[in-house]
Every structure is written in C-alpha cells, then in structure tokens.
Design a protein around this ligand. Structure first.
Ligand SMILES: Cc1cc2nc3c(=O)[nH]c(=O)nc-3n(C[C@H](O)[C@H](O)[C@H](O)COP(=O)(O)O)c2cc1C
Length: 287
C-alpha cells in the first residue's frame, strides 16, 4: 500500500540519472501501476506504458537532450482524441509517477522537446495519441544535478516556487480565499498537496472552488509559457495532476468521494457560475 501523501511531499522533478538500471521489484511495481490506476472517467481511452530506453529508439524521441538526461525507462502517456483526454491522462499518469517516487525513483513530466511522432511509430501508435512522457531512473545528485535544478528553476514560473493557497483555493465564490478554519483539516491538507503538484513550467493553472459539500476543479485556459497547444491544452493536464493529488490525499485520509468529469459540458457549467471567461470548469467532487 503506497503512502501517497509521503510520495507527494517527496516528489520533485529529476532530470539527472545514474546509469544503473532500476531494481526488478520497482519495474514490477511500476508495471502493476500502469495497469491499474484510478480513472477520472473510465470511458476516456487513456493509458500509461512503461518502456525501456532500448524500445524508444533514440535520445531525441524522448527528449533526452539539454537539461534532461537519458534514463533507463520511460513512462509514455497516451490518449485517444476526446475533449477530456488531457485531464484524464494527468490524473492517471500522476499516480504512476508517484508510485515511482515511492520506490525512491526520479521522474520528470515532459511535454515539449521530445518527438511524439517518432515515439508513436516505435510503439505502433499514432503520434497524436502520445501526450506526455517521463523518464524513470535512479536520481543522481551531485554538481550536475544541482546545476540542472538551478537552470530549470531559473526559467520556470515563480522561480519554481508555488502559488500561495489563497490564490487558487476559493470558498463559495470566485476570488474569496478559503480560510483554514472554514474547512476540515483533511481538506486543507488536500489543498496543500494540490499545491505541491508538478505543472508545465510551474504555471499551476488550477483552481478549487469549494463549499460545504462540493469542490469544483477549474483551469486557466489562457496560454502561458506555451502550455496551450492546438489539440493539446496542457493546462487541462496540469489540472488533472492537481486533482489527482487532491483526491489521493482525501482518499488516504478516509474520504470516499470521487471526481465527476464535466467532459465536454464545461461551457454549460460555466454559464451557471460567476467566473472569468478564461476559466474552465473541469470536474466536481461531492463530499
Ligand atoms: C505537463 C508537464 C510538462 C512538463 N514539461 C517539461 C519539459 O518539457 N521539460 C522539463 O524539464 N520539465 C518539464 N516539466 C516539469 C516542470 O517544469 C515542473 O513540474 C515544475 O517546474 C515544478 O517543479 P517540480 O516538478 O520539481 O515540483 C513538465 C511538467 C508538466 C506537468
């Protein structure tokens, strides 16, 4: 049984790996994780594959260039065209990423600088279905690891630091920051874990609008740092990752609800809410 909260607290993007292979036990555990994640919407066709470097063909296919080293294994996130596919893949693949973290392994979501077409060809899938990947390897610290971290944080939004909770968690109406005493401690912790989630260039485009018995997850659709590409709105994938952190925390702390995806109906929900035009409702969680 994975301690998800510990994994979320521990996870950081790792881009520098030792040359050694993964322990067999970790490969077996990761394979199981790729076969059994909790879906957001089980009707959306999304999956995560675990593939060895030898199967991907070349360093450029998986973006093992510049600040990201080659790793012995890769997670490849695939999803068929569907309006909800980005959040679905974020929600599911983050569970595999956190499983890797629980085994002490390093990962890094990669959305750019790899070749989906080349990778898809190797996996007998269309490049359009390849949405994101992550190297998986034994983390290597040392000078190069620290240098890479400094470079990446230098270019990431907020120098790699997270948005304060009051900027993305609202109580009852848009823009009204949630107060710690207004929510049960488990809910506050779920927000803190969402805050720790990884996102495209650390943009953190997610919002949570909460009331006594319901949470609404929303995303900022304005293009930021290249995160909204044609057919690939990565801001929605980021919201799926944050929803995964929120839900895994509540689940570990004894809550039994699950997210219901708005899957294409978000514009109906938008009309009923007093929220800015560029904010997109993505899913609801009944408490
Ligand atoms: C969808 C997505 C795509 C990302 N793409 C890249 C990438 O192409 N290259 C990279 O070095 N990091 C990438 N990242 C990692 C982010 O830069 C990182 O999550 C963010 O800066 C927060 O840092 P942390 O993961 O260490 O907490 C990506 C993250 C996400 C969620």
């Amino acid at each position: 049984m994975i301690d998800w909260i510990a994994a979320m607290q521990r996870r950081r993007s790792v881009r520098h790996f030792a040359s050694e292979d993964l322990p067999e036990e970790a490969v077996a555990g990761l394979r199981m994780a790729t076969e059994a994640q909790e879906p957001l919407d089980e009707d959306v066709d999304a999956e995560v594959q675990l593939v060895p470097y030898e199967a991907v063909g070349s360093r450029t296919a998986v973006g093992a260039v510049g600040v990201v080293d080659r790793a012995p294994w890769y997670l490849v996130g695939l999803a068929e065209p569907h309006p909800g596919r980005m959040e679905e893949l974020g929600f599911r693949m983050e569970q595999v990423v956190l499983t890797a973290t629980a085994y002490g392994l390093g990962t890094c979501w990669i959305g750019g600088f790899y070749r989906p077409g080349q990778l898809g060809e190797r996996l007998d899938r269309s490049g359009d279905e390849v949405i994101a990947i992550s190297p998986v390897g034994v983390p290597q610290s040392g000078r190069r690891g620290r240098w890479i971290q400094a470079v990446v944080h230098g270019v990431a939004a907020r120098g790699g630091r997270r948005k304060p909770l009051e900027e993305f968690a609202f109580w009852q109406r848009w823009g009204a920051p949630v107060q710690r005493q207004a929510v049960p401690p488990e809910m506050w912790q779920a927000l803190e874990m969402a805050q720790a989630a990884p996102s495209w260039s650390n943009v953190q485009p997610w919002y949570f609008l909460m009331s006594e018995n319901m949470v609404l997850a929303l995303g900022d659709s304005r293009p930021q740092r290249g995160n909204n590409r044609p057919g690939r709105p990565y801001y929605r994938l980021d919201v799926g990752i944050a929803m995964s952190h929120f839900w895994l925390t509540l689940n570990q702390l004894g809550y039994r609800g699950s997210w219901s995806s708005l899957g294409g109906q978000e514009y109906l929900a938008h009309g009923a809410l007093d929220i800015p035009e560029h904010i997109v409702p993505i899913a609801t969680l009944v408490l």
